[in-house]
Design a protein around this ligand. Structure first.
Ligand SMILES: [Zn+2]
Length: 132
């Protein structure tokens, strides 16, 4: 398929087909808007490997636990970097059990108030209880 839809995120073009699975996975999560902050990580003493520490068992002879060793995250959809920054687009995002989303992906793909596609379900009688 050569005419796949393209979406532009942070100025970069992406094939929707490459993002779709991540977006659908993310829509199943509860996202909280927050400022990114460093978190604990296990750093391999011989170098090269950093694992986010979430309480798992580890071998202290091989790994050093650093309280602020997790220095950045990536958006689950577009891989945009979230971390300490003067730029609010890098500093602020949305987090869930799955990880982080950049604000642009959240607003465009996840935010429930703004459906991407026209809802084909009849929106008739069901909303009546909400009337004041
Ligand atoms: Zn993103």
């Amino acid at each position: 398929m050569t005419d796949e839809p393209i979406v532009v995120i942070h100025g970069s073009p992406w094939a929707w087909a490459d993002l779709r699975d991540a977006v659908f996975e993310c829509r199943r999560q509860q996202w909280v808007s927050e400022a990114w902050a460093p978190s604990p990580a296990l750093v391999l003493r011989t170098g090269g490997e950093v694992i986010q520490y979430t309480g798992q068992a580890f071998d202290p002879a091989r790994y050093e636990l650093r309280p602020t060793g997790w220095t950045h995250d990536h958006c689950q959809v577009c891989w945009w970097e979230l971390g300490p920054s003067e730029d609010p687009d890098h500093q602020y995002g949305y987090s869930s059990q799955l990880g982080w989303l950049c604000r642009e992906c959240y607003v465009r793909f996840i935010e429930p108030e703004e459906p991407r596609h026209k809802n084909t379900e009849p929106a008739n009688e069901r909303g009546k209880a909400e009337e004041t």
